[in-house]
Design a protein around this ligand. Structure first.
Ligand SMILES: [Zn+2]
Ligand SMILES: [Zn+2]
Length: 885
């Protein structure tokens, strides 16, 4: 009975992957514990949204994290990959509102309590979908520690941070202009606004001077906001308008006098140098308004419908109002001109609605005191970005950051721990709802209606998930974490906030490295998007080809920071690689008897090829380890690939066959041992990349002292004793010579079984010694039956064919390769055929009728044909002469 009887002919990912994943889970291999005997290694998973569906970005992000965790686990670290999900306030709430709309009900119909009940049900139903999808990739997270941003513990951390910040004066409540989404009906942070270029207009409006002495002309892209104008402004040094500052214009349509003010914010070289000031609807105007103590008049409702302040335009949608206002101004002769104008319009990242700047009472985090130490930490390399160029983006964002608006007019999220006394208006920030107002002893106390920005809780993720604010053992052991893996489009939203939150609350940066990877683009290099319909569903690929093939495709060509194209061929290459390994394993096992044990293996009996492959393995181990430490996943994988495919399968197995097939061979057992051992070690190197296949192959191989699973086996280590430079050199020269001889034979159409003698010409004594002792290799690999060594090529018959390689030339007697008489006959026939063709063309070209009537290009084509045949004929004549014909 052979060892391969029970092993399937091909690797079946669909059967093997779920089976192996369950086994890993049952054995608790993913679990990481506080272990004083081990060094900690920790990655916190960027928590996917509970609304999320696994896409290619997640697949890459999580494959990279899994590679690192599996690598470090095998290296003997207590390696924790901490998973979890994010409540995704605005995204989830939008989904639930949309579902309720189908039923014909709104949030206000059911109220806060009932709405939250629905939200929690929704999360129970759909929130774990993405977690299950992550498992399909082979992710080896410690699921026993899975967290959710609205868990009790994490919610406690949120409240604690809010209160600490408030007590330190880092959180304040104030009236500010914020980005408002009229569709989602909530404020959104600067980072959540996306800008797109849209076609618009510049409307040049005339504002009459109140004293009737003329008018001012100014341009706007949003004429509907004029109803809220409370001033017009010019630059203080603009001589054209100096005499008007302090006077008034009459605001058209509203018929109200507003002042002409001077402020440095105005660019006097732009347009007429006059701008309208609408503090309620423009962030810059808001600042100007604060400086000049201007009234703030809001003219729209939260849904961007004109309000009471808009007079006769009340009730109109903002765009409808724009049309009417323009029409009415035109009728009054108050529009000087209308120019087309392309401009960047801010839109809501959730729903694409054009954002409306809006003044409202919100909660803010004061950024400057938090960003300064966070900038310093990266400057001091306490945290470093890979690639380094992203540090610039980080600094740029941190240095220009505005205070962070953290309140959201949503129900799904962490409710702000602030309370108001209905009797005296007292504000109380407290961990629990106070029973009494400390100010007036009143009992009518209500909590702030708003919730916190989703990113407020995810900013705490690296320590809240480890048990903070408790001072837990986990926190002491695993914090700061080692690396955060994320795509470059999320640096601002999240990474920067985690860094300052970590420093402020833990006194230490949350991670040592931030590894930034690029985006997965389609085969043409376009961003994958719903609107283009060019997205690829990673789960479909897993279903069809297996997770290993997907991971192989994602990692191939991956380098930190760079976008990559996703091509179907890469998945096929991954699957082919798996098949190649599987076939190699089957071949090896087919030669291993059931009772094979390696007790008798003697390293002193290793042959040249054994030492060569062991030495190459040793080098590959050193290089792959170094590449992984530097996050060079693409390079590491390609090194494993060429080692296994080319050196192990194509050369070592081929060379070893002679010993395997000769049951009397004294070193057959060593060959079998090396075959199993090298493939087993290669599977350890491959394990982080292709965890399932490597586990299955490792499990079948005959390996003394084998671990229960490759994932808990020790990572291979480079050892100087396994270096065999002599044997490596010999094999390199040998393989080079064999390739060259094979090429020559192929080009002459020589059958593989036909052997030939050879003359080796080399000036290098060492090379000649190598080939004399290694003649058996040449015979087996290149069908060379004898080697005669010479220092130069004098006296070698001219008919001998040269195979040039790096250290010399092999001359193969032609008569050994082909039957000369037969070849002469064949060449003779070919020559006759060509002669006939030449005659035919000559006749045509000497026919005057043809030459006179045929178009020039036809005649030229015939002449070209003649030249070609003549050249071919000369070549054949030379070959015939060479063969002595
Ligand atoms: Zn929106
Ligand atoms: Zn009170």
């Amino acid at each position: 009975m052979s060892r391969t009887d029970s092993i399937s002919k091909a690797f079946e990912p669909r059967e093997a992957e779920p089976r192996l994943y369950s086994r890993w889970m049952e054995n608790d291999y993913f679990r990481a514990d506080v272990d004083p005997d081990k060094k900690p290694y920790c990655i916190v998973m960027p928590p996917p949204n509970i609304t999320g569906q696994l896409h290619m970005g997640h697949a890459l992000d999580n494959s990279i994290q899994d590679i690192l965790i599996r690598f470090k686990r095998m290296q003997g670290f207590s390696a924790l990959w901490l998973p979890g999900t994010d409540h995704a306030a605005i995204a989830t709430e939008a989904r639930i509102v949309a579902a309720m709309k189908e039923e014909g009900i709104t949030k206000d119909d059911i109220g806060r309590e009932k709405f939250l009940e629905r939200a929690w049900k929704w999360r129970a139903k759909y929130g774990r979908r993405i977690v299950e999808q992550l498992k399909c990739l082979g992710s080896s997270c410690d699921w026993s520690r899975e967290r959710f941003t609205m868990d009790d513990g994490l919610s406690e951390a949120v409240t604690e941070v809010f209160i600490r910040y408030y007590e330190k004066g880092l959180i304040y409540r104030g009236e500010r202009i914020i980005n408002w989404c009229p569709h989602c009906l909530t404020s959104i942070s600067d980072a959540e606004v996306e800008y797109e270029e849209q076609d618009g207009h510049f409307w040049h409006l005339k504002y009459p001077l109140a004293d009737g002495s003329g008018e001012l002309i100014l341009a706007t892209t949003r004429p509907e906001t004029m109803l809220g104008d409370t001033a017009v402004a010019v630059h203080p040094e603009d001589e054209r308008y100096a005499h008007l500052v302090g006077k008034f214009v009459v605001l058209p349509l509203v018929n109200k006098e507003i002042p002409i003010i001077a402020d440095e914010y105005v660019d006097k070289d732009f347009g007429t140098g006059v701008v309208k000031i609408t503090p309620a609807h423009d962030p810059n105007d808001f600042e100007v308004g604060l400086r000049h103590d201007l009234p703030v008049i809001t003219v729209m409702t939260e849904s961007a419908v004109m309000n009471d302040n808009a007079g006769e335009y009340k009730g109109l949608d903002r765009y409808e109002a724009r049309k009417r206002i323009v029409r009415d101004l035109e009728a009054l002769g108050l529009i000087q001109k209308i120019e087309p104008h392309k401009h960047n319009v801010g839109t809501c990242y959730r729903c694409d609605t054009v954002v409306e700047p809006r003044v409202s009472l919100q909660w803010f985090v004061k950024m400057k005191p938090l960003t300064e130490p966070a900038i310093a930490a990266v400057r001091k390399a306490e945290t470093s970005f890979i690639p380094e160029r992203f540090e610039k983006t980080y600094f740029n964002w941190m240095e220009n950051i505005r205070d962070w608006c953290i309140s959201r007019q949503l129900w799904w999220g962490h409710r702000i721990p602030a309370y108001y006394c209905a009797d005296c208006g007292n504000l109380i920030v407290s961990r629990k709802k106070p029973l009494l107002c400390q100010n007036c002893r009143g009992e009518r106390i209500t909590q702030d209606e708003d919730t916190l920005d989703t990113w407020f809780s995810s900013a705490l993720w690296p320590f809240s998930t480890l048990g903070w604010p408790e001072s837990s053992e986990d926190l002491k052991y695993f914090y700061p974490t080692d690396v955060l893996v994320t795509a470059y489009d999320i640096i601002f939203f999240w990474v920067a906030r985690m860094i300052f939150s970590g420093i402020e609350n833990m006194g230490e940066v949350p991670f040592r490295h931030v590894l930034i990877h690029g985006l997965i683009r389609d085969a043409e290099g376009r961003k994958m998007s719903k609107s283009l319909g060019n997205g690829i569903d990673p789960l479909e690929i897993v279903e069809k080809f297996g997770a290993d093939a997907l991971r192989y495709a994602l990692v191939t060509g991956n380098a930190p920071g760079n976008d990559q194209r996703f091509q179907e061929e890469k998945i096929e290459a991954g699957r082919n690689f798996a098949n190649k390994i599987w076939n190699a394993m089957r071949f090896v096992l087919m030669n291993c008897s059931e009772d094979l044990a390696f007790e008798g293996v003697d390293a002193s009996r290793y042959t040249i090829e054994d030492k060569w492959i062991l030495s190459r393995l040793n080098t590959t181990i050193a290089e792959v380890t170094a590449n992984l430490e530097k996050y060079e996943f693409g390079i590491a994988l390609s090194k494993i690939y060429s080692f296994v495919w080319e050196e192990y399968c194509d050369w070592y197995i081929e060379i070893a066959k002679a010993r395997l097939f000769d049951t009397e061979n004294p070193t057959r057992i060593e060959a079998l041992f090396v075959l199993n051992h090298v493939l087993g070690e290669a599977m350890k190197l491959l394990h982080p990349f292709m965890p399932f296949l490597s586990e299955e192959v490792y499990g079948h191989l005959v390996l003394p002292g084998k671990a229960d699973s490759v994932m808990i086996a020790a990572w291979p280590e480079y050892s100087p004793e396994s270096d065999h430079p002599e044997e490596e050199k010999f094999m390199t020269v040998l393989m080079d010579a064999v390739r060259s001889i094979r090429n020559v034979r192929t080009s002459l159409g020589v059958t593989p079984s036909r052997k030939s003698g050879s003359i080796l010409v080399t000036a290098d004594d060492e090379v000649s010694r190598m080939f004399i002792s290694g003649q058996a290799f040449l015979e087996r690999l290149a069908a060379v039956s004898s080697v005669e060594v010479r220092k130069d090529k004098s006296g070698i018959p001219t008919t001998a064919v040269a195979a040039v390689f790096s250290a010399g030339e092999f001359y193969l007697p032609l008569e050994d390769l082909i039957d000369i008489q037969k070849e002469l006959e064949r060449l003779g026939k070919e020559k006759d055929n060509l002669k006939q063709e030449i005659d035919r063309v000559d006749k045509k070209l000497s026919n005057e009728e043809f030459v006179g009537r045929a178009p020039a290009h036809i005649i030229q084509a015939e002449r070209d044909k003649r030249d070609k045949y003549t050249r071919m004929c000369t070549g054949i004549e030379e070959r015939i002469a060479l063969l002595g014909g």
